[in-house]
Design a binder for this molecule. Structure first.
Ligand code: DC
Length: 252
């Protein structure tokens, strides 16, 4: 699917793949979006792709316990991500679902979709194709540094306490007009962490990832820290390679 991600208003960027993985509410989405805007490269929200498949399954009354039917929904889903420097819009089969994929119902359905290996295979292939097409991007999810882009130029792993993560999620959802309480969000995160523990523990720790604990950091501080790491990586590679090799990060 060559048109999954359309680039809007983003400038031509150097070939640099930056992955940000972490659990729900770790601050990775906001950080990834802001980092991409700072670097003027596209931002890929892979969670939105899993959410879009879950929404399709809900629309079509696909039983969440039927992996084949979910894989079939994933195969038929036409997901398009519109990437701008300050926003991402998501369309599913031609309809804008940017808000519809953020409801509690979709939150709860998505893990059923994302645990199906055939669904993952379909979306991972799409993500790799997007990476190849764009050359440079900030991509965010659970498996981006470990599975999808193991050769990424720089990999981050974001972490935060569960209370902080619930607080952030609660504010985001309230701002989106979703009716919920802090306690509900905390409970939902605990359940998701429980599921994720089996599902994600091995994926969440890509080799050579830089771990960032965002519990006590503002988003501005986090993005500054990420930028520092990116600068360090560039300098390190420049020094290490000297005139012998030409690094991805240096090349433009
Ligand atoms: O990051 P998020 O909350 O929008 O992710 C939504 C769901 O999709 C969550 O259950 C984890 C799953 N997910 C995944 O399985 N793989 C990814 N690369 C990104 C998200």
């Amino acid at each position: 699917m060559s048109d999954v991600l359309r680039q809007e208003e983003c400038e031509i960027m150097p070939p640099m793949i930056i992955t940000i993985d972490g659990p729900a509410g770790s601050g990775k989405s906001t950080a990834a979006r802001k980092l991409a805007a700072e670097l003027q490269i596209p931002y890929l929200d892979t969670g939105a792709m899993y959410r879009a498949v879950a929404l399709k399954a809900i629309h079509e009354s696909t039983p969440l316990s039927n992996p084949q039917a979910l894989a079939d929904a994933a195969r038929r889903a036409k997901i398009e991500l519109l990437c701008g420097p300050t926003h991402t819009r998501v369309t599913l089969d031609g309809t804008d679902v940017s808000e519809a994929i953020r409801t509690m119902e979709v939150n709860q359905a998505t893990p059923y979709v994302s645990r199906v290996p055939a669904v993952r295979q379909i979306l991972v292939e799409q993500q790799r194709r997007i990476g190849q097409q764009l050359g440079a991007l900030v991509t965010e999810g659970r498996d981006q540094g470990s599975v999808v882009f193991p050769n990424a130029d720089i990999k981050f792993l974001m972490e935060a306490s569960i209370e902080k993560r619930a607080e952030r999620r609660f504010h985001e959802m309230s701002a989106d007009g979703v009716e919920t309480t802090f306690e509900q969000v905390l409970e939902n995160l605990r359940t998701r962490d429980g599921n994720d523990q089996c599902q994600w523990a091995p994926l969440l720790v890509p080799g050579n990832a830089i771990r960032i604990d965002t519990t006590h950091q503002s988003i501005t501080e986090v993005v500054e820290l990420l930028m520092k790491h990116i600068e360090n990586a560039k300098n390190h590679r420049r020094n290490a390679s000297g005139s012998r090799t030409h690094s991805h990060l240096d090349s433009h």
